[in-house]
Design a protein around this ligand. Structure first.
Ligand code: NZQ
Ligand code: ZN
Length: 396
């Protein structure tokens, strides 16, 4: 088992109606008075979440400044607007109400509020983050796990870049998770969210040295998503399904599933962020298209990694070794089961179906190589830029 350090200062408040009285209490305990409330394109106003948050802010005697309109794949321009509001109004807390995009942009806003310069500088060099406003989140979708990690992903349309920003100063202080807030998530986003959750666990699964406890957590999480996604799609307000998806997503990105394992380089995310940067596609959909191709390519490049694929087939998809003539057949059946799951959700067959061509693949590969959080050599099977291009081509 690998050595590790773990730090997670976020308080989680989870459950039906968990906002009620708890949000105002958390605000009062900490004495916050001037709040920037951030949100996306307006779903929270339709669902009533906006009113619930406002009522709590009022109970706690807070003055509220608002920044709505944060885009999916949030833009650095929204971050600049939020940081300017924080400075202008002497905000002492940011509260993000929405999905990963709103939470990610808000983390960046918290840091940019104390920075004199272009907000994008902090993405390119996180060591410039010296101080950040505190952040509360009210998550409305099971997907990224941003409510329980210290990272965000920000898009710069001018430079066609989508890059992570991370700092120990960016952990939310308190995150509220009411599964009923996710009843209204459109099916397309429930699907994308589930694929994102699965990908976070796959990234932690396909590592050289997988800790035993980590393996158990990951396999349980994957099975949970496979079980409950179709239920949530059929019955939007099935509390058990929504609660399981939400809790699984919360555990996805904060490192718990990686403790004791060798470090993951998040290769699927590295590649998907490039595609999103050029084509503004939904993150979870991009991941679902790339995942089976990437997994097949890893195995092709280095067949010695096959035991993990046997685990996937048997422990996640419940296949039995004795039903297959060879290990290769078992592995193939496991990968087909994964592809079938994605197909059952209506994931596009390939990138060509969503208008993506090979035009920028070389530039994407070069960008991963230069800017990703880990070198290509640390991928599950060490990669070169040519390998990234090859995986992208197989997605067409
Ligand atoms: O903008 P609104 O109107 O709120 O609508 C959103 C948006 O259109 C809608 N939505 C969310 N909750 C809803 C709802 N609609 C109805 N009812 C609700 N309860 O869903 C759409 C997508 O929202 P978004 O926030 O973009 O989704 P998601 O949570 O999937 O976030 C995706 C972003 O997070 C980044 C992705 O790259 C992408 O930019 N990620 C962040 C990570 C992190 N912080 O650790 C890790 C992830 O791997 C990921 O990269
Ligand atoms: Zn993700």
């Amino acid at each position: 088992m690998q050595a590790f350090q773990y730090y997670s200062p976020t308080k989680l408040v989870f459950g039906l109606d968990c906002l009620k009285d708890n949000l105002s209490k958390e605000l009062q305990i900490r004495g916050y008075k001037k709040v920037l409330m951030t949100y996306g394109g307006g779903s929270i106003k339709k669902t009533g979440v906006y009113d619930k948050v406002m009522a709590e802010l009022k109970d706690a005697g807070c003055e509220v400044v608002e920044l709505g309109g944060i885009e999916p794949n949030p833009r650095v321009t929204s971050v600049e607007k939020g940081a300017a509001l924080c400075k202008e109004h002497n905000v002492d807390l940011v509260i993000a109400v929405g999905g990963g995009s709103t939470m990610d942009a808000s983390k960046h806003i918290c840091a940019a509020a104390y920075y004199n310069g272009a907000a994008w500088d902090l993405v390119l060099d996180a060591s410039k983050i010296k101080k950040a406003l505190p952040l509360f989140t009210v998550n409305t979708i099971a997907a990224t796990g941003s409510e329980y990690d210290h990272a965000g992903v920000i898009t710069n349309l001018e430079t066609k870049e989508k890059l992570p920003i991370g700092s120990v100063l960016l952990w939310p202080q308190v995150s509220f998770l009411d599964p009923s807030f996710t009843y209204s998530v459109p099916d397309s986003q429930t699907i994308a969210g589930s694929c994102d959750i699965m990908s976070h666990f796959f990234e932690a699964y396909f590592v050289r040295d997988l800790g035993t406890i980590a393996q158990g957590i990951i396999e349980a999480a994957l099975k949970n998503v496979i079980k409950y996604t179709p239920v949530a799609l059929k019955e939007h307000d099935n509390y058990e399904a929504r609660a399981n998806l939400l809790w699984t997503s919360t555990l996805g990105c904060n490192g718990i599933s990686q403790l004791g394992s060798s470090v993951t380089a998040f290769p699927c995310h590295a590649i998907e962020h490039e595609v999103s940067a050029y084509y503004d596609i939904t993150h979870g959909i991009g991941l679902a298209v790339i995942t089976p191709r990437l997994l097949r390519y890893f195995l092709e490049k280095d067949p010695s990694v096959s035991p993990r694929y046997v685990d996937l087939a048997c422990n996640v998809f419940g296949l039995k070794k004795e039903d297959y003539k060879s290990e290769a057949e078992l592995i193939e059946a496991g990968l087909v089961a994964l592809e079938d799951f994605y197909k059952s959700l209506g994931i596009p067959e390939n990138f060509t179906k969503i208008g993506i061509t090979d035009e920028h693949f070389k530039a994407m590969a070069a960008h991963v190589n230069k800017y990703w959080i880990a070198p290509l050599s640390l991928f599950f099977v060490p990669f070169t830029e040519d390998d990234v291009v090859e995986v992208l081509k197989r997605c067409l």
